[in-house]
Write a protein that binds this ligand. Structure first.
Ligand SMILES: O=P(O)(O)OC[C@H]1O[C@](O)(CO)[C@@H](O)[C@@H]1O
Ligand SMILES: [Fe+2]
Length: 205
């Protein structure tokens, strides 16, 4: 038996009391992610390589029946026309799902199936976004303030970041357009083979 736990979320600061882990990502950690590499390098220099997102989480263990949960806070901003985003991943056990719960700000969850289909879920305060098993997912800040979301996923999920590297990014990029956003094809995208898709869609224990 585990002891019950309570953590307090600050929905604007994007902090969570009682966290057992915290990490930060700086703009330079996202090298190779944005379409405009020159604009990325210039921004790293002009802004002195700022922290662009931070995560505080509580991990009770690595048992399949436990939940890891926490808070992600992401700065607003753009590299050229491309909005600030997280690295993105698929769960190492790809059939593990995730829930995101919007706290403040305005964001998108970009999801991509193993076959390469894109879905976009808009997230504002009080939105619950369900990321079903097998979907690659990345969050994007399309607003002018910090985007803060609570998340929870099975403790044995793990994160596989290499899937996005292997395909040279996700199939689409989210770019600013007028007052909003638009999906643009990622011209470097390298689709997964049938064998690679089949290897992902298997039964995990
Ligand atoms: O792990 P990434 O892709 O850098 O993005 C961070 C987000 O994903 C998570 O790893 C959860 O899956 C959280 O820590 C956070 O919401
Ligand atoms: Fe995840």
């Amino acid at each position: 038996m585990r002891e019950p736990v309570a953590c307090l979320v600050d929905p604007v600061a994007g902090r969570m009391s009682g966290h057992t882990g915290r990490y930060e990502k700086r703009l330079s950690d996202l090298t190779g992610v944005y379409e405009n590499a020159d604009a990325h390098a210039a921004l790293v220099k002009s802004l002195n390589d700022p922290v662009v997102y931070s995560v505080e989480d509580f991990r009770p263990g690595s048992h399949a029946g436990d939940l890891n949960y926490g808070v992600t806070r992401m700065n607003p901003g753009r590299v050229g026309k491309e909005f600030f985003l997280t690295r993105g991943h698929i769960h190492a056990k790809a059939d593990r799902p995730e829930i995101y719960y919007g706290q403040s700000g305005h964001g998108l969850m970009q999801l991509e199936s193993p076959e390469g289909e894109t879905r976009i879920i808009e997230i504002t305060a009080q939105t619950i976004c369900y990321v079903p098993p097998y979907w690659i997912h990345r969050s994007i800040n399309i607003g002018e303030t910090d985007l803060v979301m609570v998340f929870a996923y099975p403790s044995d999920s793990g994160q596989d970041y290499s899937i996005i590297e292997k395909s040279n990014g996700m199939r689409h990029r989210v770019m600013s357009s007028g007052d909003g956003w638009e999906l643009v094809d990622n011209t470097s995208y390298n689709p997964r083979t049938g064998e690679e898709v089949a290897a992902l869609i298997k039964n995990y224990t």
